[in-house]
Write a protein that binds this ligand. Structure first.
Ligand SMILES: Cc1ncc(C[n+]2csc(CCOP(=O)(O)OP(=O)(O)O)c2C)c(N)n1
Ligand code: SF4
Ligand SMILES: [Mg+2]
Length: 286
């Protein structure tokens, strides 16, 4: 695994670089291998964002970025939606793709990076909403899995099209009424994790920011497995206080309640090869 710090200041420019940038060079995570356990002791790749108070997406983005095994060698591909508004504040290479195109863009990028940097690790991670992943982008998502692209797909599942004012998505729960879905959803959540498992993903995890260590484990496994074995998928439940009309400080309780009521079911699937790989990883950690 590469451990280079790509974020450096050219000699002579130390005095004039903004304090924020100097801070990132001196105390940022590039090349350090830090994770959730070290949070609070280093400058993170996202510290500000324009998302609503209590947004489950914002918390998830923070935890995803902290969990990347090699941020210095990662490119993130985003899509239209609330999370896209946070990407300009992220100190990591990222590409904004058109809504729904994210897995096609990530596939091309992964191949181009392999040609441009032969023999070097270059992780490509898609971070997109449930509307982008399950609905409008499902075609490109599925085909990237069918082709066995070595990329990680992370769905930020807030169970709605939040950015456009609250339409139902394939991931909205049955019966849910939203601002722009007044009749209530007629069917339950689409089983994307199971579709991923049946469509060539070597590793699938459903988790949430309510359990940061679990989430870190899932993101790390997914990124490391995608390097060597094939496509991986992580689905994160990240509730939206604005569209679901609950208080911003209730986001994590909402996830816990959903789990207690059986509406949210964390789970993991892996192929036998992925399982052997995970065992090796755990043994190496000791
Ligand atoms: C091709 C295309 N269709 C529709 C839209 C309008 N649009 C922008 S964001 C969005 C919904 C995003 O939902 P989701 O992916 O779940 O992200 P969220 O806002 O919930 O984070 C839609 C329909 C668009 N920008 N481009
Ligand atoms: S509308 Fe919902 S998902 Fe979008 S930023 Fe606000 S809380 Fe987050
Ligand atoms: Mg959404």
């Amino acid at each position: 695994m590469s451990k280079r710090n790509l974020c450096q200041i050219s000699p002579g420019f130390e005095e004039i670089m903004p304090a924020e940038y100097r801070d990132l060079v001196e105390r940022g995570p590039y090349g350090k291998g830090w994770g959730v356990a070290e949070m609070g002791s280093f400058k993170e790749l996202i510290e500000e964002h324009p998302l609503c108070a209590g947004c489950g997406l914002a918390l998830s983005m923070r935890l995803i970025l902290v969990s990347l095994p090699s941020p210095e060698d990662t490119v993130v591909v985003g899509s239209t939606g609330c999370s896209a508004l946070a990407f300009p504040q992220v100190a990591l290479h990222n590409i904004h793709s058109l809504f729904g195109n994210q897995n096609a863009v990530a596939s091309g990028l992964k191949r181009a990076l392999a040609l441009r940097f032969p023999g070097r690790v270059k992780d490509v991670v898609v971070i997109a909403g449930d509307g982008a992943t399950c609905d409008i982008g499902l075609d490109s998502v599925l085909h990237s899995w069918f082709r066995g692209e070595k990329i990680t797909t992370i769905m930020l599942d807030n169970e709605a099209y939040a950015n456009t004012g609250g339409q139902e998505s394939g991931m909205t729960q049955r019966g849910t009424v939203l601002n722009m879905a007044p009749k209530g959803k007629k069917f339950g959540k689409v089983a994307v994790p199971e579709i991923a498992r049946e469509s060539g993903c070597v590793y699938v995890a459903v988790t949430s920011p309510a359990k940061p260590k679990n989430m870190e484990k899932a993101v790390r496994r997914a990124v490391l497995l995608a390097r060597d074995l094939g496509p991986t998928y992580v689905q994160l439940l990240c509730p939206c206080p604005t569209n679901y009309k609950f208080k911003p400080n209730e986001t994590l309780d909402r996830i816990r309640d959903q789990e207690k009521q059986g509406h949210f079911r964390p789970r993991e699937y892996y192929t036998p090869e992925a399982e052997a790989f995970i065992r090796q990883l755990e043994e190496a950690k000791g």
